[in-house]
Design a protein around this ligand. Structure first.
Ligand code: GLC
Length: 722
């Protein structure tokens, strides 16, 4: 008889009745075949389910398919324990939103939550109980392909993304209709892989781990995240999948995480390849003892390895039971004991709902667009009957298989046609994403020559970003550069759209000669409409970069939260921190993004010049929209701790906010900083507060020249370090 509601006593009763094989089964997750997210080494069989050797599945969804498999577990297995079904849903399921790296540029936690909620509701009708999202890996190296999944270079932004997505996915209660379990990943510092190369080792200081990479995960744990996924990488020599110090000591014991830890795909068995385990038995023991509850596609690591490990005394039955208990508790919280088919509802949403979701996708795509340059008001495009050439291999928004180009909707052309109905639009591919084509180039050159304006669609295909997609030169391919030169040579205004999953290294001549450049990322289902909205001026772009864009690969890593050196860069001083052949500054700073309006900040003021422990300081700054159109201005609040026991970053992001203003209007943005915001990790890596002077810096990005500055003192009772 299956436990009805999975209460604690029922779970204990279940555990007491489970055989070792059934316990290990609950700790085993296998992949279905609807989508491939890693090497397929083990297949799912009905017998494996009815014998209780599988506890959860990934990459299987669809109400009928899930119902069919779940029925095997809850009707034909001995203990009738329900499975849970999981999938990577990083930017929507049936409604596709901008990729996370693009959506992050909206700097809008409310929007981030809304899109996650829609994704959760769609998952909860497709049989999906848990998603492996949000990915909250801070990253500062554009060569790494997984930037596309993440929040950019700053830990505060990563934490805000984590909390917003957790609220959206998990709702108020995991048993609510439309709620699914969220998983923050990949713990920790995966974004710091050496040289940006996928899966390589990570060597960072303990300070950087605790100041930058752990805080977003801690925020998610404190907010009640259901699951955590350790990263593939070894952190300072210890593979995260076997890292008991981080997983158990810090995350479970110090932070109090009681949820489930699910390994990454095959990561338990890969401990052998890392060289820390001789065989699956040792690998299983290391992972389980480190706190990893579920072995995802581990090639039998837990299934075969744990019984051996128990026999050899490498693990205890209590440790196994503790993991089983956490998995069964998650299933109970998901309501699966009460109703194993609760998320197998009719997948088709009502027409009204689909319409609202499409509108949200369009809003999210518009808000993710970042206007990088706009010379001489090249944008917005006039509404006249201009001849607009849409050129480039990314005009379909994806740049997938070239032969599909002619069949696939040319979303940029179609979106512009909807936004500018009087314009005459024509399309030429010009080249393939990674290969030139003489005839196509000739056709594109001629079309540019015969047009009034060119919209040039360049960048990466979706396949050039993401997992296992690091690039040594994260820029435009030679074929695309040749196309851009040919188009620019026609002397017409050229608007460049960059589709990408990361910051791109751009040639100086393109930045200098393009009329305007926009980062549009991979905008999702509403790509065409959103691009049409922004280029036509129906929407005033407000996106801001969550990651610095280097001038050249040689600058990597370049990010705003660098610590000052003893010899800061001084142009006239030879002996100062700079390159001989390149500026220190990125081409575009964190927070960069233009508007069709001109905004200015002034009147930075604090409500007090000093604060003591437990106090807050109110910060206000005035924002003016000089026009010509209404728009939103994003303002970033940084602090600089001028004197402290440890060198502190020159800029620490403490908050961000936006204000919507009509043309000609003026408004005030207010922030509050408390002493808790001024704590830092002292020499012993313990949080401390230190009296002294701080600068508050407020600006439209992290670019030093644009920051307003005000000083205040933190006064801590003599000798008292709070
Ligand atoms: C992949 C990814 C991870 C994903 C998992 C399941 O290898 O590293 O982010 O959640 O496998 O698809």
């Amino acid at each position: 008889m299956m436990a009805q509601h999975g209460g604690d006593s029922e779970i204990e009763g279940l555990i007491a009745r489970m055989t070792l094989a059934e316990k290990v089964g609950q700790l085993t997750m296998l992949s279905g075949d609807l989508v491939k997210t890693g090497p397929v080494t083990t297949t799912v069989t009905a017998e494996a389910i009815t014998s209780g050797r599988i506890g959860s599945l990934l990459n299987v969804w669809g109400p009928e398919r899930v119902r069919e498999i779940q029925r095997l577990a809850v009707e034909e297995s001995r203990l009738k324990i329900p499975l849970f079904f999981s999938l990577d849903v990083l930017h929507g399921l049936n409604t596709v939103f901008p990729v996370p790296f693009g959506e992050g540029c909206a700097f809008d936690p409310e929007l981030w939550e809304k899109t996650a909620r829609v994704a959760a509701e769609e998952c909860a009708r497709e049989g999906i109980d848990l998603t492996f999202a949000p990915m909250i890996d801070v990253a500062r190296d554009p060569r790494w392909g997984r930037i596309v999944e993440g929040p950019g270079e700053d830990a505060l932004v990563a934490a805000r993304v984590a909390l917003a997505k957790l609220r959206g996915f998990q709702g108020a209660n995991l048993t609510d209709a439309g709620s699914i379990a969220a998983t923050v990943k990949h713990l920790a510092a995966y974004g710091a892989v050496r040289a940006g190369r996928e899966y390589t080792s990570v060597d960072i200081s303990e300070r950087l781990l605790h100041e930058v990479y752990l805080p977003p995960f801690r925020a998610a744990v404190e907010a009640g995240i259901a699951a955590i996924m350790p990263a593939f990488i070894d952190l300072n020599g210890t593979p995260m999948t076997a890292n008991a110090r981080v997983l158990n000591d810090i995350v479970r014991r110090q932070w109090g995480f009681s949820g489930v830890m699910v390994s990454d795909y095959g990561a338990v068995a890969e401990l052998i390849v890392h060289g820390v385990a001789r065989d699956l038995t040792e690998a299983a023991a290391l992972a389980l003892n480190a706190g990893v509850d579920i072995d995802m596609m581990g090639n039998g690591a837990y299934g075969d390895g744990l019984p051996q490990a128990l026999e050899r005394g490498l693990v205890t039955i209590e440790t196994i039971d503790a993991s089983v208990r956490r998995v069964l508790t998650l299933k109970a919280k998901l309501g699966l004991f009460a109703d194993p088919y609760r998320r197998c509802g009719p997948a088709r949403a009502a027409a009204e709902t689909r319409k609202a979701r499409r509108a949200l996708a369009r809003e999210a795509a518009c808000r993710s667009v970042v206007l990088l340059t706009n010379r001489d008001g090249a944008l917005p495009l006039r509404a006249g009957a201009d001849r607009i050439a849409v050129i480039g291999p990314l005009a379909d928004g994806k740049g997938d298989a070239p032969q599909a180009q002619d069949k696939r909707a040319i979303v940029v052309r179609d979106g512009l046609h909807a936004a500018l109905p009087k314009a005459t639009l024509a399309f030429a591919q010009g080249c393939l994403v990674e290969r030139g084509n003489r005839a196509a180039l000739t056709e594109a050159r001629a079309l540019a020559r015969d047009s009034d304006t060119v919209v040039l669609c360049l960048g990466e295909t979706m396949g050039m970003s993401g997992e296992a997609s690091s690039r040594t030169h994260p820029g435009l391919t030679e074929a695309q550069c040749a196309l851009a030169r040919a188009v620019l040579a026609q002397g017409k205004p050229v608007i460049v759209l960059l589709f990408s999953g990361r910051p791109l290294v751009l040639p100086d001549w393109l930045v200098a000669k393009a009329g305007a450049i926009l980062a549009v990322w991979f905008p999702g289902d509403a790509a065409g409409e959103a691009i049409g909205d922004v280029l036509s001026g129906h929407v005033n772009p407000g996106g801001r970069l969550t990651m610095s864009w280097p001038v050249d690969v040689g600058q990597i890593p370049v990010f705003f939260a660098e610590r000052p050196t003893g010899r800061p860069p001084l142009p006239e001083e030879h002996y100062s921190s700079k390159y001989l052949d390149m500026p220190n500054e990125p081409r575009f700073a964190f927070g960069h993004g233009l508007s069709y309006s001109r905004f200015t900040l002034d009147g930075l003021r604090l409500d007090r010049a000093a604060i003591g422990a437990g106090d807050t300081v109110e910060i206000a700054v005035d924002v003016t929209n000089h026009g010509p159109c209404a728009g939103e201005e994003m303002v970033f609040l940084f602090v600089r701790d001028l004197i402290s026991s440890i060198t502190r970053p020159a800029l620490e992001l403490k908050d961000f906010g936006k204000i919507a203003l009509a043309a000609g209007a003026r408004g005030t943005l207010r922030f509050r900083l408390g002493t808790d915001d001024l704590r830092f990790l002292g020499p012993d890596l313990r949080p401390m507060l230190e009296a002294g002077a701080f600068d508050i810096l407020v600006g439209q990005s992290a670019r030093a020249e644009g920051l307003l500055q005000a000083r205040f003192d933190l006064v801590v009772a003599a000798g008292k370090v709070a």
